[in-house]
Ligand binder design. Structure first.
Ligand code: NAD
Length: 237
């Protein structure tokens, strides 16, 4: 699903060229912005590329860096048409991840969660079967394993919990909930792991630390979603 746009065009959509550069360092290469980027310009058939001494400024957050350094970072990633400012992590465009194919199901449970006595519970079930890694994964062509699937997750069925659910659906569509990598719990490589958006996988106990009660959970997961570019703005477009 990677975008067909030229990488140079993606950079130029979200960064503007700055003239008269101050004495600052590029956050990617750590060299001064007044020196040229160490990356080499790739000349392409489709049009002019970015020159090593061009300094760019992100249109929203205003951070400056070598445009060619940013192009190199983009080309090293999933090339999905989105950029993330390496200084403040502001996302431009729609960030997508590398979550393998699977299923997200949602159910309603009458019972309340510890700490949320006034409402029922939303249950999310994620199912991902084993498969072969694609070009976006650490070892393309090799298999990936899937431990502990289906994974059962729980949210309080109140306004904030339902809002989190809607945002998790967006994150799922954008392939952001899981990734293929090394499990930090088991050390197993080439396996499907959580990807920085915490889920509560225990309903009535908290033996793993991933259960209830946790009064900060909904706010924490909202900010984790926001740092992947998933916010209520997704519903305004
Ligand atoms: P990981 O160990 O690489 O950790 C990635 C993130 O997931 C970390 O932020 C960690 O805090 C969080 N995490 C770790 N254990 C978790 C848990 N039980 N529930 C929710 N979040 C958890 O990630 P991973 O390898 O995907 O998962 C960790 C382990 O938990 C794995 O061994 C997996 O099999 C197991 N697990 C089992 C179930 C189940 O329903 N049986 C559900 C979730 C995770």
């Amino acid at each position: 699903r990677a975008s067909a746009q030229r990488p140079e065009e993606v950079i130029q959509r979200y960064m503007e060229v700055v003239a008269g550069v101050q004495d600052e360092d590029c956050i990617i290469c750590m060299d001064q912005l007044s020196n040229a980027s160490g990356y080499e310009t790739q000349s392409t058939e489709e049009g002019p590329s970015v020159l090593p001494d061009t300094v760019g400024k992100f249109i929203k957050c205003g951070h400056t860096l070598h445009m060619l350094c940013m192009l190199a970072m983009y080309n090293n990633g999933t090339k999905d048409g989105s950029l993330q400012c390496p200084s403040c992590k502001t996302i431009y465009g729609e960030k997508t991840g590398t979550q393998p194919k699977g299923k997200m199901e949602i159910y309603s449970i009458g019972q309340s969660l510890p700490g949320h006595p006034d409402c029922g519970t939303i249950q999310i079930i994620y199912s991902i079967p084993p498969g072969l890694q694609g070009p976006e994964h650490p070892n393309p062509g090799q298999p990936y394993s899937c431990r502990g699937f289906p994974r059962f997750c729980f949210l309080p069925d109140n306004d904030k919990g339902r809002k989190v659910l809607e945002l998790l659906k967006v994150a799922w569509m954008r392939r952001l909930i899981f990734t293929v990598g090394t499990s930090s719990t088991t050390g197993e490589p080439d396996t499907v792991v959580w990807n920085n958006i915490h889920h509560k996988t225990e309903m009535m106990s908290n033996l793993s630390g991933h259960g209830y009660p946790d009064p900060n959970y909904l706010d924490n997961v909202l900010s984790e979603l926001a740092s992947q570019g998933v916010t209520e703005d997704c519903f305004k477009a």
